[in-house]
Design a protein around this ligand. Structure first.
Ligand code: C2E
Ligand code: CA
Ligand code: CA
Ligand code: CA
Length: 276
């Protein structure tokens, strides 16, 4: 039994070493990618059902891997967050999104808001607010054309600190949205203190509409809540006409999802907004 135990332990250690080695290799590779700026942003339009127009686009990060091609964020953002590389990657994304939106405006396209995802690590950087101000100044983009998406769980980690940072961001004139709303545990009393313009209903609630009664109830409750608090509300992950109809019938007039468009490269979004 003792022998067996020792052997198992050896196997276990060998596996741990292999895993640690693999992780280190992935970290080095991602760090190289940051140095070489091997990233690109794709953009997914956000549609206002009342005007029938695209009013905004969410920027979504992709890694242009030299061998593997386009890599989705789900495959590298967790490691980037764990290792802190997300701070540099997020800075790159923020700057790229601001420059791109300004370039569209300079090309004479109808102005839209660009929304940028923010990770908890970035948000907690001491100089985060001034980095945002710098991105605006360097790109020349007016603050009202930038929106930051903060997840509900990011905000709830430290509510007083988050509220203070949110007020500083609001003072710059940018818009704030709460992403993945409904998946965290915002207390309603906390929610009303957030200087937030928009709630984004998480895709997990939209997915099974119109078949799941609970999801329908939750979705319409979030829409009412936003209206009561004087916030805008957008549904993400809208894929079908039935979902769109349910949302519209329940007072949600902003839609994002494959039903209208998948995330597309910058030229694709320019075509969508100019055709609008
Ligand atoms: P998210 O912020 O919730 O972004 C929405 C995700 O849902 C995107 O996946 C988008 O492509 C996908 N999506 C949009 N419409 C539909 C639909 O109708 N059906 C389905 N099935 N999916 C839809 P993506 O681009 O793979 O991004 C995944 C996550 O990676 C994002 O979730 C966000 O948490 C993170 N992420 C992406 N870009 C950035 C970034 O620049 N910074 C940070 N910190 N995180 C990012
Ligand atoms: Ca988002
Ligand atoms: Ca989301
Ligand atoms: Ca999500």
């Amino acid at each position: 039994a003792k022998e067996l135990g020792r052997n198992n332990l050896q196997i276990f250690n060998a596996q741990m070493a292999a895993t640690a080695h693999e992780k280190l290799r992935r970290y080095e590779e991602l760090r190289e990618a940051v140095a070489r700026e091997e990233f690109v942003l794709h953009y997914q339009p956000q549609m206002n059902l009342r005007s029938g127009k695209i009013f905004a686009a969410e920027s979504l990060l992709r890694w242009q891997h030299p061998e593997r091609g386009i890599v989705a964020p789900g495959e590298f953002i967790p490691l980037a967050e764990e290792t802190g590389l997300i701070v540099d990657i997020g800075d790159w994304a923020l700057n790229a999104a601001c420059h791109q939106n300004k370039a569209w405006q300079d090309a004479g396209l109808p102005p839209i808001v660009i929304s940028v995802n923010v990770s908890a690590r970035q948000f907690r950087e001491r100089d985060w607010v001034s980095r945002v101000a710098t991105a605006l100044a360097e790109s020349g983009l007016e603050a009202r054309y930038l929106e930051l998406e903060l997840t509900e769980s990011l905000i709830m980690q430290d509510v007083p600190q988050a509220v203070a940072t949110m007020h500083a961001l609001e003072a710059l004139g940018i818009q704030l949205a709460i992403d993945d709303f409904g998946t965290g545990y915002s207390s309603l009393s906390a929610l009303k203190r957030f200087p937030v313009k928009r709630l984004k209903i998480d895709r997990s609630f939209v997915m099974d509409i119109p078949f799941d009664e609970d999801d329908k109830a939750i979705t319409s409750a979030i829409i009412s809540l936003a209206q009561e608090l004087g916030m805008e509300v957008i549904a993400e992950g809208v894929e079908t006409e039935a979902q769109l109809e349910f949302l519209r019938d329940n007072g949600c007039n902003e839609i994002q999802g494959y039903f209208f468009s998948r995330p597309v490269p910058a030229e694709g979004l320019a075509r969508l907004i100019s055709a609008d």
